[in-house]
Design a binder for this molecule. Structure first.
Ligand code: ADP
Ligand code: MG
Length: 240
């Protein structure tokens, strides 16, 4: 416990909530301690990711433990891998225990298509050899895809809500829902769409997380109202 607190203090990681998992010491610890597949982690170093950033150190073990969270860290601090690694590892763990229904089992909602496309580029580094299927929602994939064959979906809210309403995407088996750039989702006025998506993604084991660069009241309100016993992780913020 002492060591965990020293790491947090040195890296200015602040966490509130109960039963906070210790921060990661290295990516290698994901393999040795958290039993993440070596193959998934092997892609990190050649891609230039040699050690986890502060938000990654605390958010990854939290999501791996199935904790819902509000994670706030500045732009450029590595939030993408902070949720993609635990989502992919979590999907592999589900499949390993035979809990593998058809359809979307992890969802990342971003305010714009461009942000979702950036995440798709990061996912491409990690997917080879996993057998997991990821889809970036776009005009083309919205019409041409069989979403029962998609494990992880990257989407912007408007297009996704339409597909859900048309019955083309089901979210009832979704085990992870990440709202990325939650502050921007609100700024851009996607409150209704976010509510609609959370209302259908109600699997009893769903783990939800909000990632944000800033912490406006509306983001904190959403975290308080929808997340179960959330951890609130902040890195490098004033007044946090
Ligand atoms: P954010 O979502 O917080 O704005 P990103 O996830 O887009 O940040 O990451 C910002 C940059 O940092 C990207 O270029 C990414 O490749 C790089 N990056 C992320 N994690 C690491 C890491 N552990 N080590 C080195 N670079 C990293
Ligand atoms: Mg980001």
């Amino acid at each position: 416990f002492e060591e965990a607190n020293l790491i947090r203090k040195a890296l200015r990681i602040k966490v509130t909530g109960t039963d906070v998992p210790p921060p990661l010491k290295s990516f290698a610890e994901l393999v040795t301690r958290y039993k993440v597949s070596r193959r998934l982690m092997a892609a990190l170093r050649p891609a230039g990711f040699s050690s986890p950033t502060p938000i990654q150190r605390q958010a990854i073990p939290a999501l791996m433990a199935g904790r819902e969270l509000l994670a706030v860290a500045p732009t450029g601090s590595g939030k993408t891998l902070a949720f993609l690694i635990p989502l992919l590892a979590g999907l592999l763990a589900l499949r390993a225990r035979g809990d593998w229904p058809e359809g979307v089992k992890a969802l990342v909602v971003s305010p714009t298509h461009e942000l979702a496309a950036q995440q798709a580029r990061v996912i491409k580094l990690l997917l080879p050899g996993t057998g997991l299927r990821a889809c970036l929602l776009s005009k083309a994939t919205a019409t041409g895809s069989d979403f029962t064959k998609v494990d992880l979906l990257l989407a912007n809210p408007l297009r996704l809500v339409n597909l859900v309403e048309e019955g083309k995407v089901a979210l009832g088996q979704c085990r992870y829902v990440v709202l990325d750039e939650a502050d921007k989702l609100f700024e851009l006025g996607f409150v209704e769409q976010v509510d609609a998506l959370l209302a259908v993604a109600q699997h009893h084991e769903v783990v939800r997380a909000l990632f944000s660069a800033t912490l406006p009241e509306r983001v904190e309100d959403l975290a308080r109202s929808v997340l179960q016993q959330p951890l609130r992780i902040t890195v490098g913020m004033r007044n946090a």
